[in-house]
Structure formats: structure tokens, C-alpha cells
Design a protein around this ligand. Sequence first.
Ligand code: UGA
Length: 460
Amino acid sequence: MNIAVIGTGHVGLVSCVALARMGHEVVGFDVDQEKVSLLQRGVTPFHEPDLDSALHGELDGGRLRFTASASDALARASVVFICVGTPMGEDGEADLHAMEQAASQIARDANDGVIVVEKSTVPAGTAERVRTAISLEAPNLDFDVASNPEFLREGHALHDALFPDRIVVGVSSEVAASILRRVYEPITSNGALLIETDVRTAELAKHASNAFLAMKISYANALARLSERLGADVRDVIEVLGADPRIGPAFLGAGLGYGGYCLPKDVLGLERLSARVGYDFGLLREVDRVNREAMEATVEKIEDALWNLQGKRICILGLAFKAGTDDARLSPAVELARRLRDLGASVVAYDPMASANAQHEVPELDIAPDPYVAAIGAHCVVIATEWAEFRHLDLKALREAVATPILVDARNVLREDQGWAAGFAYYSMGRRPLQRHPGASDLFVLPEPAPLDAVADAAG
Ligand code: UGA
């Protein structure tokens, strides 16, 4: 099939490559001429495992090309996927300007019979807006609008696009349904699950999935706060929860909270949408509040450990919003760096992939080429992204580099005994405070857990 993809960001570019891999003729369109030139040369503008080689493969195979001309992209397309960005607006609602622009391009240049498929995450009801916008500009165009939300995770994007847990297709006509079945036939024939529903339900299902994942993380973070107060260990609590198949262990990692381009925006976007249609989804406000609290708790932990932040040098390990990506947009690690700088500390950071993007977010950030250089002269080291390589840090070398041995593991990537064994005062998230380390000064002793009689009193 001839497919056009509007927008070549994370979702758009991965969709281009995956759809070409499925055997379709794909044209990727972007208004950013510079990005298009890179893609035409086979250069991916962001890091994503296996995407480079897959992009080259599809360009060489002739099934995929890129253009900065909408009319060129839409000339032969029978299906158009809209994959433009829908960033969070100032009021928490999604900013849908790029969707409107895409609708306008389609109205001008698409052919009769085209199926317009919204893949970007959007508030329920957006497809109807797109339909109206196209009809107003091109009253004679014969077209249909469908929703086919994407569930890929950054860092696993191509794999997720080719081997999805589920493909969700929201349609209002049998024609659109059969065309989308044909689009995905190469992977549904290998067993991928395709769920068909109406357009609004598909739109809502995507928002609901991301908000649910965020809710799990906030639940874990709330338990972390409680565990710290009770002297319990949140990792063990989570292990117990996660062993119940009705709950599952994924997305229960306590730490600095969720970030990135999707979860924060989708929690607030769904809450705003609910309010607009008269339902108070207070649960989502709590999810967001607990997420902010996770950041506050980390800042407080660092402040507690360091006493005064003014004039202190803090080494932050990790800047990406999560491991496996160079994306630093709405990264909790970057936000932490910003907060610590605002409180008077100087920050030097290391990330295996996201340094350049993080520096774009905070231009004043000092970046080091490796963790040990970053730690030189630091009064505190903070692990802020759950990169696997931080599990294997040479803690002895790190200890030798720092000025004072304080290690805040804001992502719980280390085992509790590791930091202490290397001579650090080791702080983690939601774990019972350790007994005083013989080598550490009193300044490093964490507050005692709530006395047992207080716990008994609370229990009534
Ligand atoms: C998320 C969803 O997981 C995808 O299914 C969805 O398709 C995508 O958004 C999207 O809407 O495009 P992504 O933003 O790539 O994917 O990142 P996640 O893997 O969901 O992680 C989000 C944040 O949660 C990260 O900051 C991560 O560090 C944090 N996290 C994750 C935790 O704090 N604890 C956990 O246990 C898991």
C-alpha cells in the first residue's frame, strides 16, 4: 500500500521504518527541511536501538523515502498517518496546532478515498476535529478518519512497533477497518493482536494506558515515602506486590518519578479532558502530585545529607529521562540538576547518551566525559537515571574522586550494601534507614524510623 507519514519524530520515524519493513511503500514528510535532509542520507536524528540499520535497509530497498513537500508525500497515498508532536500546553492540555496543520495539508493535497489515521497521542474527540477541519477546507474530498494510537517505548521503539502487545484500531466505517487490517496484516498474520473499536474509544485507550502506567509509578513512590517513615524497605514491598499476577512487577520502580515526553503530559491531559466533560478525575491529580513529591523527597534527601547546598559541588549521574535513550525532554534528572543549581549548588553531570540534549535544556550545565571525572571534588554523587552501567560503577574509584563520600541513589540501582562497602554514606529511595556505618561521621546518619509505639498508636 502507498502510505504517507506526517511528522518524523520518535513515533513518526519509527512508524515509517516499521511500515516499510511490513512491505508498504512509505513516504515520510516533515516540515523541518534539515531533518528531512538527514533522513534522506540515512541519519537518524535521535538514538534508538536498531533504527539506524533498519532505516538504511529500507532506504536502500527503495520502499522508504523522505520529503519536505506535503504535496509530494500525499500525491499517491491511500493511507496517511498523522504522527506530529502534541506537546503539553501551559494549561496542561495537549497543544494540537500541529494536528490542525496536518489536517490542512491533507485537505490541500490528499486524494479521494484517503484514510487519515491519527497516531499521535491526542485527547478523545480530536479525530472529529480533524474530520471537521478537513471537510471545511476540502468539502469535496472523499476521506475517512481513524485512530491508531502507538504504544512504543523509547529505547525499544522499533521492536515495539514490529512486535506490539496490541494494535488498536478505532474506526467509524468498514472501509477504514478493512484498510487498516491490510496495513497490519503482515504482523497480525504472525500473531499480533488487533483490537478494533470506535474512534473515541481508541483515543481514550491510549491516554488511559499511559496514565495507568504513571499511576503505578506514583503508587510505588507513595509507598516509598511511607516505607521511609516506617523503616520498611519499598523494594521488598514491591517484590511482594509484583509477585501477584493481578498486579505485576512492571512500572513499580520507586525513585525520582516519571518524566519524558509522554507520561507527564498524558496524565495531565486526561485530567483536563475529564474536567472539560464534567468528570472530576481527582485520582490523576494525585498521581501528578505524588510524582512531584518524589522530586521534592530527593532534593530534601540531598539537602539533609549535605546540610547546606550553597557552594557544594554535586555530581549527577544520568540525565536522560530514562535509561536507553538520549532524550532529556522533561527528564526528572535534568529537573533535579536545575533545582540543585537554583538552591546554590554547582552541578557537574555525566550521561552515556543524553548529555547534548540535556545541555540544550540547561545550557549552564557542566558535563563530564565519564562518571569518575564528574565525581572529582564532589560533595555528593546522585544517581538520577537508571542506566544499567551505573550498577557496575567502580565505587572505590568514585570514592577516591569525591571530596565527601555521600551517594544518593535516586533510582535505587545499587544494592544497599554496595555504597557502604565502598565507604560512602549511602541514601536510597524508600528503604529502611541503615544503621550507622562505622566509618561514617554522625552527620551521615539518617533519621531513625518512627518508633514502634508510634506505629502501634497509629494502628489504634
Ligand atoms: C511511554 C509508554 O510506556 C509507552 O507505552 C507509550 O507508547 C509512550 O509513553 C508514548 O506515549 O509514546 P516512554 O515515554 O518511552 O513510553 O517511557 P516509559 O518507559 O514509559 O518511562 C516513563 C518514565 O517513567 C521514565 O522517566 C522512567 O524512568 C519512569 N519509570 C518507569 C519509573 O520511574 N519507574 C518505573 O518503574 C518505570
